[in-house]
Write a protein of this length. Sequence first.
Length: 131
Amino acid sequence: FSQNYKTASDTPALNKEYAKVSSNIADLTAKLSKAQNDQEKYTSKSDRASSAAQSSAMATADKASNATNGSVRDARRAKKEARRSVKDAKDSRKAGNNLDDQNKKISNLTADLKKNQDRLRELDTMRARLQ
């Protein structure tokens, strides 16, 4: 992106880079739009997983308190519920990580898009000077 076009003989190269940058902007805009739409899904998944993990942890605590004064059957049920609670906690963590990754992706796409738009403005200025 550091190329400067100063003479009329540079016009074909300028036009070629202009087309390339314009195409990049279109691609990045489409990717950014898709990523922002997907972010809503990741957010809702993360929220659902978090609430499921919390309710599972509450149920596990209740089962465990019953199992301490109960039978072997109650202890087995509490153990099963504890495993489910651990699984839900892992799912919640994974959903949170996926949401973080999606936010980073959106941030990177936005930065790349801005960089390409700035270069397109520079090319417009150079094109105006050549004419």
